[in-house]
Design a protein. Structure first.
Length: 655
């Protein structure tokens, strides 16, 4: 590959204050989610002074500029900053080593192709990286994006050096496909292989829907009372099912029944009539095999519910014990103590709400023996199976063999459940022929992010609305998960919303009668940025790719979305004046609705906005009825302003 060097060094920005701020190699960055400061060291011994300066000034731009010029503070998510650092150092070290005197403005497509190939082969010694080549798309993409954006930043005077040309479509594919073939990959195979991705949302919802149907099936509800009765002091013998005595008793064919046995059968008859009335003659299970099969189906369904709606690792699922939690009056399962956490390794599921709490309660209920608060202080696994015939009447002296489900057992059960699911839904086989437990962590994040959307079916939406704001959700979503997948999932979600905005704008330009779904100041900004030019599908994709880099984060609320634009985050209504960081967790309609970063959807949010408007309207009416129309009150003034904004939004949606 013939790449001619040039001795010209890029002209550094002529601004003494900027140079002074970039004189240090270590930057203090505040995490834009949890507000915790961390340090990023951008020094590398292989960098030339010019590229060392370029790496630092570009990093500042990727953080959206200085929050405070004198204190030299920046704002970014920790994992995002880590990815930017890696991409910048790869470029800087490669350029310093290969072409130390050639500015980026004089690079050609061949230079960039050579860089991408060396990244793919893991040939750049910027860190002690023993990862086996070829490296993933997750490494290539941010590096290419930095090079692509450098042109615009250079033209705007925000960067001392940058690429001087536009990249053609499919540049990465054209550059890498031949090399990938030598590794035994097609480009499409490599492109899709970016670690574990989430299970496609429609498939995950259908899978979860089937699991919830089993959990809430009439047979399952019947079994809760059945096992409770069996655990009572005067329960009937389990032999009545297997030998058909109950059916004979109901039909009046078994006349010589002892008084004690009659009481037992009467109790079972009451349970049957409570749940089925006269709709069935006998029990819903004619033998133990059928009963056990349904119990196994319920346990399998609970595995799916836990994985989908908690993000828990499979290795931790089997370690949960019934006594690890207290059950609150509202049905929430609250984790008891740090001691149990340390001893048993439970690190994710700290609180269980909604469907997860219902699943946990069902696992406790479907058992011949007590799983919680035992007199003998035994700690039984939540997913331990104690519904076989041998467990009957062993509540005080049960068989103490280990019933804790192993990772392999749970993995086998999960694969078995999914195979059954695909038999019922063969249309999904092509899109997702198999699953892996870790993919549920990604899927859980998508459910959490989309918890207010109309396309997430009601049971899931209710679950997340109920649990959102709990220690578990906020700690996990904004804590550990972001280091693995949260940034990528949010980026995809952001692009999805921006694509919808751009597409709606094109449709509105072409059809005066087109009715938009998305409204708000972000929608107005996107519309203004696009103008009246009708873009093709490919042009929309390119527009969204560029536009997405202007935004730092997306947060969903029941009344809309918060899309924080980097250049506008200092104007956020929830800004912390001291740190100049938006306090996204504190968002409420009264604050968000008048913010420059606000966006709302008629399909997903209109109902909630209407409810908010009615609530404030009632509050104003009650107050003025008591105090008169001319009463002065900050609270009522705020409610009037909020009501006015809500009504304006609803009017815009109805236009």
């Amino acid at each position: 590959m013939n790449l001619n060097q040039n001795a010209n060094i890029p002209e550094v920005i002529d601004d003494i204050s900027v140079i002074n701020r970039l004189s240090e190699n270590v930057f203090t960055v505040r995490d834009s989610i949890d507000g915790v400061d961390f340090e990023v060291d951008l020094y590398h011994s292989a960098l030339t002074p010019t590229f060392q300066f370029w790496v630092k000034e570009y990093f500042v731009q990727m953080c959206g500029g200085w929050n405070h010029t004198e204190l030299q503070t920046l704002s970014s998510r920790k994992n995002t900053a880590k990815n930017w650092k890696a991409a910048l150092l790869r470029i800087g070290v490669w350029a310093s080593t290969k072409y130390p005197s050639l500015p980026l403005s004089q690079w050609t497509e061949l230079h960039v192709k050579a860089l991408l190939l060396d990244i793919l082969d893991n040939n750049i010694n910027w860190t002690e990286d023993n990862e086996k080549a070829p490296l993933s798309r997750g490494v290539i993409d941010p590096t290419f994006l930095i090079l692509k954006r450098s042109r615009n930043l250079k033209l705007r005077g925000l960067l001392s050096d940058g690429i001087a040309f536009d990249f053609p479509k499919n540049f990465i594919k054209t550059s890498l496909k031949t090399k990938l073939k030598s590794y035994g990959f097609s480009y499409d195979e490599w492109y899709k292989c970016q670690g574990w991705s989430s299970i496609p949302l429609t498939i995950a919802m259908a899978f979860l829907h089937d699991a919830i149907a089993i959990l809430q099936d009439k047979k399952t509800v019947f079994l809760k009372d059945y096992f409770k009765y069996q655990r009572s002091a005067d329960s009937y013998s389990v032999h009545q099912i297997g030998q058909g005595y109950f059916d004979l008793y109901l039909n009046g064919e078994w006349s010589e029944v002892r008084l004690h046995t009659k009481r037992q059968l009467d109790g079972l008859k009451d349970i049957k009539e409570k749940h089925y009335g006269n709709k069935i003659i006998g029990l819903p299970f004619s033998n133990f095999k059928q009963l056990n099969e349904h119990c196994n189906d319920v346990y399998d369904a609970c595995i799916v519910i836990f994985l989908c709606l908690t993000g828990i690792r499979l290795s931790e699922l089997g370690s949960i014990c019934g006594d690890d939690y207290d059950i609150e009056n509202d049905g929430t399962w609250m984790f008891k103590s740090e001691l149990i956490k340390t001893n048993y390794g439970i690190t994710e599921v700290r609180e269980m709400h909604g469907l997860v709490a219902e699943a946990a309660s069902t696992l406790v209920a479907l058992s011949y023996i007590d799983k919680r608060n035992r007199k003998d202080k035994e700690r039984l696994p939540l997913f331990g199976k104690y519904f076989s015939k041998k467990d009957y009447k062993n509540n005080d002296d049960f068989r103490r063999e280990n019933r804790r489900a192993s990772d392999n057992t749970l993995r086998y059960r999960l694969n078995s459940i999914y195979s059954k699911f695909l038999q019922c839904h063969p249309e999904f086989n092509e899109h997702c022929p198999s699953i892996h437990p870790h993919r549920f962590r990604h899927t859980w994040a998508e459910f959490a992010l989309r918890r207010f959307e109309g396309n997430v079916f009601e049971a899931i939406r209710r679950h997340f609305r109920h649990s959102y704001g709990s220690y578990f959700t906020t700690h996990y979503v904004f804590g550990k998960l972001k280091d693995e997948v949260r940034d990528e999932i949010e980026k995809q979600y952001l692009k999805e919303i921006l694509t919808k905005l751009a597409t709606e704008n094109v449709q509105a330009v072409m059809d005066d009668d087109f009715k938009r779904d998305l409204h708000g100041k972000v929608a107005h900004y996107i519309s203004k940025s696009m103008g009246t030019i009708v873009l093709t599908e490919t042009e929309i994709d390119d527009f969204v790719d560029d536009m997405a880099e202007e935004f730092e984060s997306i947060t969903a609320h029941e009344y809309g979305y918060c899309l924080v634009r980097k250049e506008m985050k200092h104007l956020a209504k929830c800004i912390d004046k001291k740190t100049q960081t938006p306090m996204l967790d504190t968002g409420v309609f009264e604050v968000c609705s008048d913010c420059i970063n606000f966006l709302t959807s008629e399909n997903a949010n209109k109902e909630s906005i209407t409810r908010i408007a009615v609530s404030h309207q009632h509050m104003i009416a009650r107050f003025t009825n008591l105090m008169g129309d001319n009463v002065k009150s900050i609270a009522i003034d705020t409610s009037r302003q909020t009501l006015k904004r809500a009504e304006a939004m609803l009017d815009e949606m109805d236009t």
